[in-house]
Design a protein around this ligand. Structure first.
Ligand code: 13P
Ligand code: 13P
Ligand code: MG
Ligand code: MG
Ligand code: MG
Length: 381
């Protein structure tokens, strides 16, 4: 029988500001899921956080998109919101955009990553959770894990991986999806996933169709239509055997790649891999953080976790991250630290621009000498 692992997350309120979470919310969510486990609704659970985002990791037998499990998550978030409001935490209930639950949390604000599979004799799993960044932040690391032989030795060495993987890419603005086989269609894949604000790797499969990885692709700004914080995505990856080794899955994070998010969700900055104790965003509300928790599944039970980035092997990545963060910060309000105008559309910047709309004066018509003789623009080669 298949086991389903669901990671459902939401920002219920920050402590202090957007920097972190209050432990009372974590405790309350644990209590709620403990009850659900006792009633047999879920097999196991682990409640954690990354920055100001509450993370519900659940295993169960209801399959993906189950109203039972999504309902449980929604109810947990609602209960925590009541508590967050009592404490007047910052942005209490921030990510609960819809007012009432309607069967599935997708499109209601929370981020979701879920997968179902038959548990292998040994089933190592890594769960990545990020704060102060956006869905799409997993594109580069997922590409490295499953398609880059300079990252994943197994793609070359192991007969189990040598055939490559299949990527499911979503166009979150066009609301459509496409599949690419790698390595055959690697360049086609990169045409799209190199633009992670729009095209996101939703899932990765083996060529035989076994699920390998799944990510949350909810974009809050597209759901709410205005700025409500960042998406702060999650991702589940299966390891070993027909999948990359644990170390191959962690390796992409030694290169702190540049992601969208950070202060007011409006800046580019490097993604810092950290242990849970540093999964809080302080400097300029960042820099963006990622944590990785490793579990071994045992008949659906979550054995673990191990805090995978709690390791001096990632010290250099963190140091480099700080160097890059310094350099980006020096750009202040200038691109490419600040996001380009089309991305700023969902922030409060247009409101400010709007106030100045009446101050713009038209420029005089271009002189005929610099346009074509008939007044039309000269065409360049
Ligand atoms: P061990 O000998 O420590 O099990 O390591 C095996 C391995 O393949 C590591 O990548
Ligand atoms: P969150 O999405 O983590 O709440 O971040 C919002 C923000 O504006 C940080 O400056
Ligand atoms: Mg917040
Ligand atoms: Mg957050
Ligand atoms: Mg957020």
């Amino acid at each position: 029988q298949e086991i389903t692992i669901s990671v459902i997350k939401a920002d219920i309120g920050g402590m202090v500001g957007h920097s972190g979470i209050h432990t009372d919310l974590v405790a309350l969510a644990r209590q709620h899921l403990e009850e659900a486990q006792r009633r047999g609704v879920i097999v196991d659970y682990y409640v954690t956080w990354c920055g100001d985002d509450l993370q519900l990791i659940m295993t169960h037998r209801h399959g993906t998109d189950s109203p039972i499990v999504h309902g449980l998550a929604w109810e947990t978030f609602e209960r925590c919101t009541v508590k967050a409001k009592e404490m007047k935490l910052y942005g209490a209930g921030q990510d609960l955009i819809a007012d009432a639950f309607s069967g599935n949390v997708r499109g209601m604000g929370p981020g979701v990553a879920e997968m179902s599979f038959i548990e292998r004799p040994s089933e190592p799993i890594i769960i990545f959770m990020a704060d102060k960044t956006s869905a799409g932040a997993w594109n580069l690391p997922l590409f490295r894990m499953f398609a880059d032989p300079f990252n994943t030795a197994g793609l070359v060495i192991s007969p189990a991986l040598h055939e490559g993987f299949r990527f499911e890419v979503h166009d979150v603005k066009g609301h459509k999806r496409i599949f690419f086989n790698c390595p055959e269609e690697m360049y086609d894949l990169l045409v799209f996933i190199g633009a992670p604000g729009r095209y996101m790797i939703k899932a990765v499969y083996t060529k035989k169709g076994e699920i390998a990885a799944v990510s949350s692709t909810e974009r809050l700004s597209l759901i709410a239509g205005h700025y409500v914080g960042k998406d702060d995505p999650v991702c589940i990856v299966r390891a070993q055997g027909i999948f990359p080794a644990v170390g191959e899955i962690l390796e992409p994070f030694t290169m702190p790649h540049i992601v969208e998010g950070w202060m007011r969700g409006s800046h580019y900055g490097p993604l810092m891999p950290v242990p849970l104790q540093y999964a809080k965003c302080t400097r300029f509300d960042g820099p963006p953080r990622v944590v990785a928790l490793g579990f071994q599944l045992a008949d659906g039970r979550l054995v673990g976790p191990r805090d995978m980035f709690d390791d001096p092997a990632f010290d250099e990545a963190r140091r480099l991250c700080n160097v890059i963060a310094d350099h980006f910060r020096r750009h202040g309000p200038f691109e490419p630290h600040r996001l380009p105008m089309e991305e700023m559309e969902y922030t409060t910047l247009p409101e400010v621009a709007e106030r100045l709309a009446g101050r713009w004066e038209p420029l005089p018509e271009p002189h005929p000498a610099i346009a074509g003789g008939d007044g039309s623009a000269v065409e360049a080669d």
